[in-house]
Design a protein around this ligand. Structure first.
Ligand code: NAD
Length: 258
């Protein structure tokens, strides 16, 4: 990994926690010269900057919500020169269709799809202007590929993000911009504890580890992934090792979707 991103500039959204933070770490370990880190949680974003700081790495913060068009208009100067982009910010939801509140539906689609579109657009505009090409990944989910009850808004947002990625791959290709997606299954990150059903499982089973194990019963590999493992998949797609690959989905779900 050392040096594979030497001297490049990268944007990561949702970079204060979980998979986004692990990808930012992988980019820093790979030698990027500049990181632009976005998150809506400004305090945790500042903590992420402190954790990632090292000699030779410039880190700029872009606090704000990915679904806010004004954030991206203001970010244009900050994004000049980026050649790596990670549209990762997302929120979870576990509402069933018959009980789902429309505001909850809109909130999930807003962050996970509108936010994905706006950040992807900002990345592509910066890369087209820079004329150096680039590599972008979208953090989708296996939920966008395999239907499960109680995941309507999240699953719809991730399925749409996957197809948005494919269109972006075709539009980016003439500019030497590759666009791919990762589709994780269960990953041990704080996103799970934002859902009432997971909190109930933890209360019943006694620990998050026990809840992760219970949720992994239908997964052939029998376990959740760690954020660092997903970040390694993302780093591969971002790197020139995946040079001929665009418009594809790297499923990292322990076989759950088989
Ligand atoms: P996480 O909660 O640890 O991290 C998500 C980060 O996104 C947080 O720092 C949060 O503050 C930020 N965020 C949320 N809304 C935002 C917004 N509107 N604007 C900017 N930042 C925002 O969760 P994670 O598991 O690391 O999730 C990262 C991505 O991975 C998400 O897109 C998620 O859907 C996807 N994913 C996660 C799993 C999993 O099991 N953890 C599985 C598949 C896909």
């Amino acid at each position: 990994m050392a040096g594979i991103f030497h001297g490049q500039s990268a944007l990561v959204t949702g970079a204060a926690s979980g998979i986004g933070l692990a990808i930012a770490q992988a980019l820093a370990d790979g030698g990027v010269a500049r990181l632009v880190l976005n998150d809506c949680d400004a305090d945790r974003l500042a903590q992420a900057r402190d954790a990632l700081a090292r000699p030779g790495l410039a880190i700029d913060l872009l606090p704000g919500s990915v679904d806010d068009p004004a954030l991206w208009r203001a970010a244009t100067p900050l994004l000049a020169g980026i050649t790596l982009g990670v549209a990762n910010a997302g929120i979870a939801d576990n509402g069933a269709i018959d009980t789902m509140d429309f505001d909850a539906w809109r909130r999930v689609l807003g962050v996970n799809l509108d936010g994905c579109f706006l950040s992807l657009q900002a990345m592509m505009l910066a890369m087209i202007a820079g004329e150096q090409g680039g590599s972008i990944i979208v953090t989708a989910s296996v939920s966008g590929m395999k239907a499960e009850p109680g995941t309507a808004a999240y699953a719809a947002s991730k399925a749409a993000a996957l197809h948005l990625m494919r269109v972006a791959a075709k539009e980016g290709a003439p500019h030497r911009i590759r666009v791919n997606a990762i589709a994780p299954g269960g990953v041990e990150t704080p996103i799970w504890s934002t859902t009432p059903f997971f909190r109930d499982m933890v209360a019943d089973l006694g620990s998050e580890d026990a809840a992760y194990a219970a949720l992994s019963q239908d997964t052939p590999l029998g376990r959740f992934a760690r954020a660092e493992e997903i970040a390694a998949q993302a780093a591969f797609l971002l790197s020139t090792a995946a040079g001929p690959t665009t418009g594809t989905v790297l499923v990292c779900d322990g076989g759950y979707s088989l």
